[in-house]
Design a protein around this ligand. Sequence first.
Ligand code: AOF
Ligand code: ZN
Length: 366
Amino acid sequence: MQFSTADMQFMRTAMELAERGQFTVAPNPLVGCVIVSADGRIIGQGWHTAFGQAHAEVEAYQSVSSADQPLLAESTWYVTLEPCNHVGQTPACAALIERIPPKRVVIGIRDSNPAVDGGGTERLRAAGIQVDVGCLEHELAWQNRRFLWNAETKRPWVVLKWAESRDGFMDGRPQQERKPGAGGFPITAETARPLTHTWRALEQGIVVGANTALVDTPQLGVRSIEAPSPRIVLLDPDGLINMEHALIQRNDDLIYVVGPTNSPAKKHSCHWEVKEGLDTLLERLYAEFNLSSLLIEGGATVLNDFLKHDAWNEIKCWRSPAATGGGLPAPSIPDHSLPLPHGIASSGQLGVDAWTNRLHSRHASD
Ligand code: AOF
Ligand code: ZN
């Protein structure tokens, strides 16, 4: 299907609206909707604002003024995701559209949720509405990469994140100084913080290993931007952490991943042994804790494990202009990794620090 320039412009507006839900909709998809009158005027627009809240189509419909209501019968709806055909936490959008019904619905991507999966499109067509699917589909698949990956693999989307010195170290101290309670070793300047916190806010869980928790006692929250903090996932399969540790004391909804022999009486614990493998851990974090994406913050051992097992989708990395001259070596970005698709910036600079964002080569067509 060839879409017109106007179709693509309206869909792009819907995509931009969808993006406004970036910190709040997970594990739901990002969805935007624009309603256009027969003479090409936007008469309604909306987006899915947060998990559990109204869907984009409902928001868009409710934004249509009473003066414009008579135009709905001849309107075209641009929706970034196939309208749902099921009653979840909210009623089915396909039912709302069917009742109107508009002349045409243009859809970005199919909803891979098994409860929908083409059913919304079929229902609208059965109601006599012209439905065209696939407008800006590649860009929209990228926007909803986490949601689509979840449906395909039943695992969270995994982003590896670290900061390294110009000469490739994550921590410039000699090993004997990296002991419990030593505190964090800053690599980036203060100016990098808002972007680092944005990276956190974009994912649903932040993973940190026991050694980093013990040495750095990081806070791992989102403080420098307006967005909710993700859940913290503390990996402690060898039971090294004391229950008095600040991360555990401060975070009631922390997910504590611990080996079966060291089971603590903790509300949200997940039993896992290293020998079960990272894939099993990821499946469990998705199925039992509903985590659709993870930011792996370290330390080096945890990051290298994810790299070694190829259990990652994106890498986000800071490089500072200063050299430490030694310390804890940072992981390496795999040679096969790709820049981001669709002309999205894969590198940049904030203050003195440079950042890089790479994608796993399995997503080559995204
Ligand atoms: C749409 N428009 O804006 C969104 C859709 O629990 P619920 O009712 O919020 O349903 C969530 C599911 O609905 C989600 O997994 C996905 O299949 C679809 N999301 N559909 O028509 C929207 N957010
Ligand atoms: Zn819906």
